[in-house]
Design a protein around this ligand. Structure first.
Ligand SMILES: *Cc1c(COP(=O)(O)O)cnc(C)c1O
Length: 371
């Protein structure tokens, strides 16, 4: 009506009714639906090529809502043996007490996933590329394996974003996002999302309808300002991802040639075991690069010495970040099959000048070696 080119932040918690049960605008109460959140959900559904999207207060809130919509006590889930530490913690501490058990498997190996499935398996979880080891899983093959046993395939698409990879088109049933990362893109909002396709059913019911009910019933929704910030981030997703990828490719190649680096984990490198699958299912290999150094001391020294790369958890923002997964983002996986190597450093390659990024990594690695 106003012609505003930007959707408004609707802060109202409630909406006037013209008569009892006669909604004026279709809106009733802001937990159930809010116009700003609807705008984000419509945008995410369109980007992922899904029927419906649901925005939440965090990535983990999205995951929890999905899991308690689809699963019941007694069900079994196959989870990746390399995944975001908080996802593992959700299964190991929350869902386990709720009577859902899980088996970790290498999701880059479809045979290993099939072998881990039981008659009680309702869901296969996959992250590709994975956090923090940058493993690549074949979404179409995993979808076929899951569907053969009547299970759903969930893909955490946080690292790739819908710009680089669209799991629903490859056969996945549900896409999960931490919109805190690339979708928001500016390190100023925590959020999560689920996107589902048309035909997906759980217990014979359309999953999209069940999620509408559970999003409202569980209430872990994205607030209007948070929804607006993610929407704003999504406007530049394509250009940001192109630059993230260009710089990450250069960082990976540069680090591979550095004598202090034992191994570079990046799906765009020809030697990566998932390079062919990544080339098939992703537009480009993404903005995350992990490296393995001589030992934990060398990894901690690199984290301590960068100046352009800020030492911090999280990823996917315009600024470059460095972190030590074993002691930071993945500390909750210590002692589990998802434990990550102590010599690992994870880089979120940002949008700064590439020469500055390469020079920063060189001075940090050379300084660490000299120390
Ligand atoms: C950060 C992250 C999550 C969790 O999202 P939050 O917004 O922090 O709750 C889930 N999956 C991946 C791959 C992540 O990086």
């Amino acid at each position: 009506m106003t012609g505003a080119v930007v959707p408004s932040v609707h802060v109202a918690t409630t909406f006037a009714q013209d008569g009892v049960g006669n909604l004026r605008s279709g809106y009733e109460y802001a937990r159930s639906a809010n116009p700003t959140r609807d705008a984000l959900q419509e945008c995410l559904a369109a980007l992922e090529g899904g029927r419906a999207a649901y925005a939440f207060a965090s990535g983990l809130a999205a995951e929890d809502t999905l899991l308690r919509t689809v699963l019941a006590p007694g069900d079994h889930v196959v989870i990746p043996d390399d995944a975001y530490g908080g996802t593992f913690r959700l299964f190991s501490t929350v869902l386990a007490r709720w009577g859902v058990d899980h088996t970790p498997a290498d999701t880059s190996d479809v045979g290993a996933v099939a072998a881990a499935m039981t008659d009680r398996t309702r869901l296969v979880w996959c992250e590709t590329p994975s956090n923090p080891l940058l493993g690549v899983s074949d979404v179409a093959a995993l979808a076929a394996a899951a569907h053969e046993r009547g299970a759903l395939l969930v893909v955490d698409n946080t690292f790739a974003t819908p710009y680089l990879q669209q799991p629903l088109a490859l056969g996945a049933d549900v896409v999960v996002h931490s919109t805190t990362k690339y979708c928001g893109g500016h390190s100023d909002v925590v959020g999560g999302a689920l996107v589902v396709d048309d035909a997906v059913r759980a217990d014979g019911e359309p999953l999209a309808e069940l999620l509408t009910i559970h999003q409202n019933a569980m209430g872990a929704v994205a607030g209007p300002m948070d929804a607006w910030l993610v929407l704003r981030g999504l406007k530049t997703l394509a250009v940001r991802m192109e630059r993230h990828c260009t710089s990450a490719e250069a960082v990976a190649a540069h680090l591979q040639a550095h004598p202090a680096v034992r191994e570079v984990l990046y799906p765009g490198l020809p030697g990566h075991p998932g390079a062919d699958v990544a080339a098939r299912q992703m537009r480009r290999p993404g903005g995350m690069v992990s490296v393995r150094l001589a030992d934990e001391a060398a990894a901690l020294a690199l984290c301590a010495r960068t100046r352009v790369f800020t030492l911090a958890e999280s990823l996917g923002g315009v600024e470059s970040l460095v972190e030590h997964p074993a002691r930071m983002t993945h500390a909750s996986a210590a002692g589990s099959p998802l434990e990550v190597p102590a010599d690992l450093v994870r880089l979120s390659v940002g949008l700064e000048d590439l020469e500055d990024l390469l020079a920063d990594l060189d001075q940090a690695l050379d300084g660490a070696a000299a120390a």
